[in-house]
Design a protein around this ligand. Sequence first.
Ligand code: D41
Length: 725
Amino acid sequence: MTWLPAHRWHAGSFLEFAQVQPASAVMVTLDMFAEPQEHPDQLRMQALRAQLHQHAHQYYVLDTPLIPDAEYDRLFQELQALEAAHPEWATPDSPTQRVGGKPLDQFASVRHAVPMLSIRTETDTESSGAQAFDSRVRRELELTDTDPAVEYVAELKFDGLAINLRYVEGVLLQAATRGDGETGEDVTQNIRTIGQIPLRLPADAPAVLEVRGEVYMRRDDFETLNERQRARIAQGEKGEKTFVNPRNAAAGAVRQLDPAIAAQRPLSFFAYGVGEVAHGGPGNARFTTHMELLQTLKKWGFPVAEQVDTAQGAPELIAYHQRIGALRDQLPYDIDGVVYKVNSIALQQRLGFVSREPRWAVAHKYPAQEQLTTVLGIDVQVGRTGKLTPVAKLAPVFVGGVTVTNATLHNEDEARRKDVRVGDTVIVRRAGDVIPEVVGVVPKPEQPESERGPVFTMPRICPVCGSAAVREEGEADYRCTGGLFCGAQRKQAILHFAQRRAVEVEGLGDKLVEQLVDAGTIHTLPDLYRLGLTALASLDRMADKSAQNIVTALEKSKQTTLPRFLFGLGIRHVGESTAKALAKHFGQLDAIMDASEEALLEVNDVGPIVAKSLRTFFDQPHNREVVEQLRACGVHWPENEPTSAGPKPLAGKIFVITGTLPTLGRDAAKDLIEAAGGKVSGSVSKKTSYVLAGAEAGSKLDRALELGVAVIDESTLMEMIHGSM
Ligand code: D41
């Protein structure tokens, strides 16, 4: 699926021509199914409907569209125009009916032809839940241990809303919620807007067919919807809100009185069963197994989850439960468990049901991924990289299989958006192994705003070390600028400093750093060099020999280079190559520490973000202190004359080098030019000042001549640099 946007009828053009007739007012008359008259428009309308039905199925159910979006739109608009011209030929199964009709005051009640049963829930989320169900089924069927395994169908349990779709003569005439199982609400107009639900069935479908399934919202559709809602709220639109989870968003959309709004909510559908099925008529469907039923529904155009599978006995049910459990977080929609059903319809009938729950089916849940709890406080944690994260402290709650007491609020903007306050009731979510998060606040309508806790604000200083916390432009996170000094960043900072590409302390790995920091032996980087053999050797699992090796490695690391040292400081945005460029440009550390942002910007490769980061780092007295102490401990490097000092005869000039120069290699020529303030570029343009050409210069020379750019040789370059011209 590449070029079609999801839920195409959200486009404005589809909403313009609201509806030919209010859907619920469409009467089923025999006329409607009468043979077509010979009027060409009527024939064309039928052909268009058939084509559009097929394309909707290809797109929404099979995920393989056959025509581009624009072509679909064109057919759709042609049909709309014909229906406007001939309202008498409008039909309730027309694709144009998907846009949603007039708003309702309330939903009509619908008495289900066949009650919608509920499903027994196996509360035991362990494998034993599947075992218990199989044992019960076998006992009810009076099977003994020597009888073969019972065959089941295992399905996903969607976390949505159960719906009954009623088709008469192949046309969707009514859609109703489950309600109490006996009586639901008529939500036909809203359900028609769901692209995955066929409005018309193929000719071999029974004369009366009720399909049961779950209306749900995909997680990505949910995110897009909430983004759109946020944009609306930001634009000051009244009455708009965001949704806490896909289930609530789906339920809200289905029970939306204005079908035009429902049409804009991206819903999906999966079928799992049938209600009334009147055989005879055009088709004579009769199912012997549940699997056959599902396959037939699929054939008639209904989405059926691809993970549906048969299973022999308890062991295969357990395997299914585990397999889907592992897959759960990768599915594009939420499921809260799996469902097991006895496959044979004859056995289902023998088993029957107790108090509206079939004995032949059970829902086997997974640990809930969302729970309600109370916010006890809001802390700010500092991560290993200095990132400040607001964290809600919660009354302990069992969610996603563990007891959760902390949940992330991600960053300042998220915390503000969710407006979580101490004392609030919130939804916490823990999916898979990801960190638990606060999804949103459950409003307490009776509580006045003034009685809520204070609005959360991000601290401007690091709660761990007291250094300034800053949020850089375009970034979501606040960061502690304490760097080397900050306790939260200590281990990370030490490992970074000791790595091979920085000052290199051989043998100082994460385990050892962890031990040293946790034991309180090391607080700051300079402490590394104050480590004695005794302190090291006294650590757990540290042999004398290894301790000696570390001491030797530390001694060796003291002799380093400026770029390595600079990189080792772990300044944000200062990687190895930036460190090299800085060292080359300034020559000496003090010059870098004292350079203004403007001076830093003169360095090749240094942009505003890096310059600012450097300034922020060296403006923290703690960081300067660390540098001084490291020097005092004996860490040293050769300092050079800054390349920035002295005359810059080539300042502002752009060179392109081509061909083989008589004495200089290309890199040497480049270094010379850059040292004299010039820049070297790879291609000739009008901006090029000089082309430095050697033997066998090629197309670059031609281009220079073409553009009238000055061409020079090596000796001219040397004269320009050394000024003997
Ligand atoms: O996915 C589901 N939520 C689901 C719900 C499913 N896969 N199968 C279901 N099967 C049934 C029976 C066994 C009664 C036909 C169900 C439900 N019922 C159900 N959903 C809500 C109430 C009942």
